[in-house]
Ligand binder design. Structure first.
Ligand SMILES: NC(=O)c1ccc[n+]([C@@H]2O[C@H](COP(=O)([O-])OP(=O)(O)OC[C@H]3O[C@@H](n4cnc5c(N)ncnc54)[C@H](OP(=O)(O)O)[C@@H]3O)[C@@H](O)[C@H]2O)c1
Length: 323
């Protein structure tokens, strides 16, 4: 099969479209014919050697794939063969990829492969930062950074559905428009405006109850300053670099909570199943809009990375197979 691999860490140019043996499903696994591979910001960090650097090279990137089950390994129900599914995988930037059979999510016909590729990494992250960690409730105001990004557009919609008022931050006018379209009540251009001051103005000096921060270094101080007394900052990414070390003493004045979310933290299969099914049901019911902002052929993964790192994408970035 063909796959995108890299043999050394570096810029987008290290991603090569190469021949590589098709993997064979082991016990409990299925082989997927990949129709759409989700691209995530963390893939760009892996490629740069900033994340998961212990994984041996050459490596195929890609943590999620939507496609059709082509073969099953020992112990897996053969009726999966031929079904449309999405799954967390290792090595999704390829014509075929393995996935654990226990984590397959069957796709109804009305959900496209490209939409499905946004459901797991970005969808589950948005779900858990809003609900499991952030515990966003009706009546709260939530500040969501990078609100037009892949996780951002979903987090805005989930926080609104929970009854919160949402303030999104973005760079650029097109992103501001999209953040409003998916439900943000107010949008702050953090490339132009003082975020903490705007938040204070928008909340009559109270601040926000929650901040969902995936940007890190460049937003951290504004996030802390924007919080209301007893507010809660959920950190889940470092797109601009790691945030500063948190001095616990600095949290006392406003009795703040700072917490973190990581997709790989083990959660009970039941909680994860509920989250996946809730996301899928919301998409089918057209209450959760998946914004696929960029679709490129698998062989152009390097270009997808260039655009994602260059902050020119909105919503989900997807690589699709070429035949
Ligand atoms: N904790 C977890 O398990 C987990 C899981 C999934 C994702 N994440 C994190 O969540 C964040 C969003 O992921 P995503 O895949 O949905 O990406 P994304 O939001 O579509 O893209 C990243 C966005 O971050 C913003 N950004 C701010 N400063 C940046 C900088 N210096 N360089 C690049 N981008 C910058 C940009 O939006 P603006 O132009 O509007 O600023 C950019 O579009 C990432 O930090 C990712 O690592 C964490």
């Amino acid at each position: 099969m063909k796959a995108i691999r890299y043999h050394q860490v570096g810029g987008p140019e290290v991603l090569q479209w190469e021949d590589t043996p098709e993997p064979v499903p082991g016990p409990g696994e299925v082989l997927l014919r990949v129709h759409a591979a989700g691209v995530n910001f963390a893939d760009t960090e892996r490629r740069r050697g900033l994340y998961d650097a212990q994984v041996p090279l050459p490596r195929i990137l890609g943590s999620e794939a939507a496609g059709v089950v082509r073969a099953v390994g020992p112990g897996v129900d053969p009726s999966w063969v031929g079904r449309r599914v999405v799954a967390l995988t290792k090595g999704a930037y390829a014509e075929a990829a393995l996935a654990p059979a226990g984590e397959l999510l069957a796709l109804p016909p009305e959900v496209s492969f490209a939409e499905a590729a946004a459901l797991l990494v970005q969808g589950l992250t948005a779900y858990h930062v809003v609900h499991t960690v952030g515990r966003v409730e009706a009546g709260q105001t939530v500040l969501i950074h990078a609100a037009a990004g892949g996780v951002g557009v979903l987090a805005v919609q989930l926080a609104k559905a929970a009854g919160a008022r949402v303030i999104g931050t973005v760079s650029g006018e097109a992103k501001a428009k999209l953040a409003r379209e998916v439900g943000a009540d107010d949008v702050i251009r953090y490339d132009q405006e003082d975020v903490a001051a705007r938040v204070q103005a928008l909340t009559q000096g109270r601040g926000v109850e929650r901040v969902l921060d995936s940007v890190g270094a460049s937003t951290w101080q504004a996030s802390v300053d924007a919080l209301a007394p007893f507010g809660h900052l959920v950190s889940y990414g470092n797109a601009s670099g790691p945030p500063p070390l948190v001095e616990v003493e600095s949290l006392y004045a406003k009795s703040l909570t700072v917490s973190a979310y990581w997709l790989r933290t083990p959660v009970s299969p039941e909680v994860q199943r509920r989250a996946r099914e809730a996301l899928l049901a919301e998409v089918v019911a057209k209450r959760l809009r998946i914004v696929v902002g960029l679709t490129l052929p698998l062989s152009q993964a390097g270009e997808a990375h260039r655009q994602l790192e260059g902050r020119s994408t909105v919503g989900k970035v997807v690589l699709v197979s070429e035949d």
